[in-house]
Ligand binder design. Structure first.
Ligand code: FAD
Ligand code: NAD
Length: 467
């Protein structure tokens, strides 16, 4: 039995960050990962490969639609899907190799295999070659993440009925794809396939895309994706999917209960993700689950078994890599007797469509529901010089502000580079900076960030300069 101060199960953004922080604080640390590479969902089949493909297809779309206007003439342009996917694999590989390096650099012992609890403090690890190792630790962090959810009665056969994981390795470009779910995965995957020339249909249950974000974002995205020929059907409830051999068929009902069906080469299920605890042997511990299968934790992310903690997708909340990372640092510092904190409502969300979408803090719908009064400052990218220079004039930044103290309550952006712009809004919310403070500082010109400066002006009750 090999003994450690701390063992982390799972090497996604939650697990590997926890292991590194623990090692930095002097704990003898091990990490156990079921797969042959480190990095979890995010690095292997999530954030990283999707962003690689979103970037490649974005460049292709730009070349097709904007290069002429720039005065760049390309006589013959073709998409080499195999090369595009090879590059994506290289990006993933470099990232997983980087993580292996970081484990070594921090003296973290890595075990490849499935971790299975035998008690609150002991584990067996069964490697893919069948080697069994027994481990013991004072503290154990569960960071086993999530898997794609399915719908009742619908089986993912990984042939015609697939999830985002299989979509990332399709060897040939489908002629058509039906995506069930217009959430984050749905719209990112729709963008990738549509830009490659696949006929894309999104079927979504809610009345807007990206239903959990400020509704103006989803509505604006819907218009932009429609313009790019993505077929979007809202308020549709999918109840059956069949593999027809060469194609798959989706059956769904509209709001009035009328039944419809559509066929496509592939059906991609993107209806959320579920916590992953299978094979962990939690029955041998005091760890408990809630009714949806998430591991139950207290405010210190500690489970019912006092020495076992859980972080990331497996405990629920926003299923985001950076949320898992925040929890990783938090939990190790708690174990270390420090006093860290996480402001969950100041964790940003980003959707990597083009234009990008990014959000932090309260949505208008949440403020209305909570009877909180607010003022809005909204500024369009079309009135921004930098946006005009690169023909990225779609979208807006919207800032929601408390009228009494000027505190910023929420920032919602759809527009070029929103993913990077949101970082300064997170600072504003975290440190309760006012809208006036935010526009009273200098912004480089011409930059996309000036859209935010103008939105802060408007939200603070000052007229915009450039409109
Ligand atoms: P995971 O990353 O899921 O890692 C868990 C690890 O635990 C896995 O490697 C698994 O093999 C391992 N494991 C499970 N059980 C065991 C066991 N018994 N023994 C050993 N190992 C085990 N989030 C973002 O913030 N930005 C994005 O752009 C983004 N894009 C995404 C795109 C897609 C297509 C998907 C599916 C997700 C995306 N996400 C994104 C979400 C993000 O991937 C997750 O929120 C994040 O990976 C959660 O991290 P985690 O550490 O909790 O778990
Ligand atoms: P999601 O919860 O964002 O969206 C799922 C959608 O499916 C919802 O809009 C829901 O209304 C719809 N749906 C459910 N049942 C349906 C039915 N029967 N018929 C039609 N529509 C139905 O989940 P997701 O898009 O699968 O993403 C999973 C998680 O991964 C998310 O929590 C997200 O945070 C994370 N993720 C993040 C990023 C990012 O940060 N850029 C990218 C991808 C995934």
């Amino acid at each position: 039995m090999e003994k450690f101060d701390l063992i982390v199960i799972g090497s996604g953004p939650g697990g590997y960050v926890a292991a590194i922080r623990a090692a930095q604080l002097g704990y003898k640390t091990a990490i156990v990962e079921k797969y042959n590479t480190l990095g979890g969902t995010c690095t292997n089949v999530g954030c990283i490969p999707t962003k690689a493909l979103l970037d490649s297809t974005h460049q292709y779309a730009e070349a097709l639609t904007k290069f002429n206007k720039h005065g760049i003439e390309i006589q013959k342009m073709a998409l080499n899907q195999q090369q595009m996917y090879r590059r994506k694999e290289e990006v993933v590989q470099k990232t997983t190799q980087g993580l292996t390096f970081l484990m070594k650099k921090n003296d973290i012992t890595t075990f490849q295999g499935i971790a299975h609890f035998t008690s609150n403090t002991t584990l067996t690890v069964t490697s893919s070659t069948g080697v069994l190792t027994q481990l013991e630790a004072d503290k154990i962090i569960i960071a086993t993440g999530s898997k794609p959810a399915t719908l009742p009665g619908i089986t993912v056969d990984k042939k015609r009925i697939i999830t985002s994981t299989e979509a990332l390795t399709l060897v040939e470009q489908p002629k058509s794809i039906l995506i069930i779910g217009g959430g984050v995965i749905g719209v990112e995957m729709a963008s990738i396939f549509n830009r490659m020339g696949t006929e894309v249909t999104i079927l979504e249950y809610a009345p807007t895309l990206l239903a959990t974000m400020d509704t103006e974002l989803g509505k604006t995205l819907q218009k932009l994706l429609k313009k790019e020929q993505i077929n979007i059907l809202l308020e549709q409830s999918v109840y059956a999917v069949e593999n027809l051999g060469e194609q798959a068929r989706v059956k769904f009902k509209d709001k009035q209960g009328v039944e419809h069906q559509l066929d496509a080469d592939y059906v991609l299920l993107a209806v959320g993700r579920r916590p992953y605890t299978e094979g962990l042997g939690l029955e041998n511990t005091e760890v408990t689950l809630d009714e949806k299968g998430y591991i139950k934790t207290n405010a210190h992310l500690q489970t019912q078994a006092g020495n076992i903690y859980a972080i990331g997708d497996v405990i629920g909340g926003a299923m985001l890599a950076h949320k898992a990372e925040e929890e990783a640092v938090f939990v190790i510092e708690i174990i270390n007797g420090q006093k860290p904190h996480i402001h969950y409502n100041r964790i940003p969300s980003v959707v990597y469509t083009w234009p990008e979408i990014a959000s932090v803090g309260a949505t208008e719908q949440e403020l209305i529901q909570q009877n909180i009064t607010y003022t809005i400052g909204k500024f369009p990218f079309s009135a921004n010089a930098r946006a005009r220079a690169s023909m990225d004039t779609e979208g807006f930044a919207k800032v929601l502000v408390d009228p009494q103290y000027g505190e910023i309550l929420g920032v919602h952006i759809i527009g070029a580079r929103a993913a990077d712009l949101i970082a300064q809004a997170v600072v504003a919310l975290e440190y309760e900076v006012t809208a006036k403070d935010m526009f009273s500082i200098s912004y480089a010109h011409p930059t996309f960030a000036e859209v935010l400066k103008e939105a802060y002006r408007l939200a603070g009750g000052y007229p915009a300069i450039n409109i």
